[in-house]
Design a protein around this ligand. Structure first.
Ligand code: BG6
Length: 520
């Protein structure tokens, strides 16, 4: 143990995996089991949970979808998916052999009563065979229009239990995003599913909450006294949150051209990051205590005024350029995208959290597809130290910046000023850098691993509560409505592989600030 560690702060004596809460026996039913998400994320996550001994020992996964398929065919397809997408690769043949026996396939339409009756029968048989005790997790990896009809059918066929009368077994439903496309639609969807489900049974996924570095935000903020005491308007100049992707929209042209970047990334993932950065300490670590504080942040965000629509928000669309050294098409040339599309692939904005802690501190958000680099980062820029002592010509002390790298290269760095060795006092900004990978020596689990397991153990902290979703839509719905009627024939453009449109830089320059350069 290094000298400066006391017993309390030494590495935990037990393997964190062993310390994890144990999950009760259960069956996970995936609706939309032949879709992309199942193969790319969900089954690889289950496989890794299995390898790490984090699945219940009595467990089964049933894929529910409309295509004709045998268990055997389903298992073989999933094996290929795991081979391509699992965190741990290639597939361990011996482990796969026993793991695949827990996977089944069930063919049905989403609205077919006979299909749900057959499902109920199959699940009961599996309970008998495997000892899964009637516990169920339903994962709705389907188009949003099926969320309400599926929950209705599950309830009708007694596959969802009444939380007040059934205490010995549970039924939980994981709902993929998007949860609505604006405030009213989210509200209507919530009203529909609330007819069949108690809020404690609903697990709304925002996979950013499953990222290890996002979870670390709470520990970082509330287990370190030095930062928490500076975390307010007295010391913070501004906050920048960046979610940059180097990828384009791939094969999701249809989806993206209806949705756009604000709904795809900002309304959900970025608002989660912002809430965690800005929230007050919760009274305890229960799911509701944490989510209560996050909701208060969203409620404190200053609504956009008419002027803000033009002055505080900018959007853009990528044109042809390059990615990883290869030429790539512009957004309008992408497959399944309208050739005259005015859907945004980039958004930048300035928000204010009008509460005591953050009075007057701007939060700048930028997110985009086909930017120069994949990088998600939260940067807290502190106010300048008085510049009276170390100003030489153009040279002066730089503000301290605490950068929390969510991905890739997960870690935390602090920029500070240092004297360059030598006879005079030239100063230079240097970086103190903590990297998860090199410190802990292992890759963190994938977000979906964490989230599926949290649902199995019944902890909803890492899922969005209905009021969080509603508050976030309340912020952005007026903006979306404004865009509906105020969109030019062509949005400001940026070349694929750049850092976004010029208007985004101007947004910062007006405030005398700059976006952080995220090194390539
Ligand atoms: C999804 C969006 O929610 O998040 C995608 O629909 C986006 O468009 C993805 O690419 C980004 O996730 P990550 O984990 O790669 O940052």
């Amino acid at each position: 143990m290094p000298d400066d560690f006391c017993e309390a702060c030494a590495p935990p004596p037990h393997d964190p995996v062993r310390m994890a809460k144990s999950a009760d026996p259960c069956i996970l039913v995936i609706f939309g089991a032949t879709g992309d998400l199942t193969g790319r994320k969900l089954v690889p996550a289950l496989y890794n949970l299995g390898l790490d001994q984090l699945l219940p020992t009595k467990f089964a996964c049933v894929g529910f979808a409309r295509r004709e398929k045998t268990d055997e065919e389903f298992r073989n397809e999933l094996k290929e998916d795991v081979n391509s997408h699992s965190r741990v690769r290639p597939v361990d043949e011996e482990f796969w052999e026993q793991f695949q026996q827990k996977i089944y396939y069930h063919r049905s339409e989403f609205d077919d009563d006979a299909g749900y009756e057959a499902l109920a029968k199959k699940l009961n048989e599996l309970d008998q065979k495997l000892g899964t005790k009637g516990n169920r997790v339903y994962y709705l990896s389907v188009q949003p229009k099926f969320f309400a009809p599926i929950t209705e059918k599950l309830k009708q066929h007694n596959l969802i239990y009444d939380v007040h009368t059934e205490k010995d077994r549970y039924s939980r439903v994981i709902i993929e995003k998007p949860f609505g496309h604006d405030y009213l639609s989210a509200d209507a969807l919530q009203a529909d599913i609330a007819k069949h489900l108690d809020e404690s049974q609903v697990y709304r996924i925002d996979h950013y909450l499953g990222k290890e570095t996002v979870q670390n935000l709470l520990v970082f903020r509330f287990a370190n006294s030095i930062f928490e005491s500076l975390w307010n308007y007295k010391h913070v100049d501004h906050v920048q949150i960046t979610v940059a992707e180097d990828l384009g929209i791939g094969t999701r042209g249809h989806f993206f051209d209806e949705v756009g970047l604000l709904r795809d990334i900002v309304q959900n993932h970025m608002m989660q990051l912002l809430s965690l950065v800005a929230m007050e300490p919760p009274v305890n670590l229960s799911a509701n205590a944490i989510r209560d504080e996050k909701v208060k942040v969203l409620q404190s965000i200053r609504p956009f005024s008419q002027e803000d629509f033009e002055q505080s928000v900018v959007r853009g669309q990528y044109t042809a350029g390059s990615a990883h050294g290869e030429s790539v098409p512009g957004y309008r040339e992408e497959k399944d995208v309208n050739a005259k599309s005015t859907v945004e692939t980039f958004v930048a904005m300035r928000l204010f959290v009008d509460n005591w802690r953050w009075a007057g501190v701007p939060f700048y958000l930028r997110a985009g597809k086909r930017l120069a680099k994949r990088s998600t980062e939260i940067a807290i820029t502190f106010k300048d130290a008085p510049g009276v002592l170390f100003q030489h010509g153009k040279q002066r002390n730089c503000p301290n910046v605490l950068a929390i790298r969510i991905q890739p290269d997960e870690g935390i760095s602090m920029r500070m000023n240092c004297k360059v060795p030598g006879p005079s006092i030239p100063i230079q900004a240097v970086k103190m850098d903590f990297r998860y990978g090199s410190y802990f020596g292992k890759t963190p689990p994938e977000a979906y691993e964490r989230l599926i397991r949290e649902c199995m153990v019944g902890d909803s902290t890492l899922f969005a509560r209905s009021d969080e979703v509603a508050e976030s839509w309340k912020i952005f719905t007026p903006l979306l409505q404004h865009w509906d009627t105020h969109t030019p024939a062509t949005l400001p453009t940026y070349a694929a592989g750049s850092w976004g449109p010029k208007v985004a830089d101007e947004l910062m320059e007006k405030d005398g600030r700059r976006w952080r350069m995220l090194s390539l």
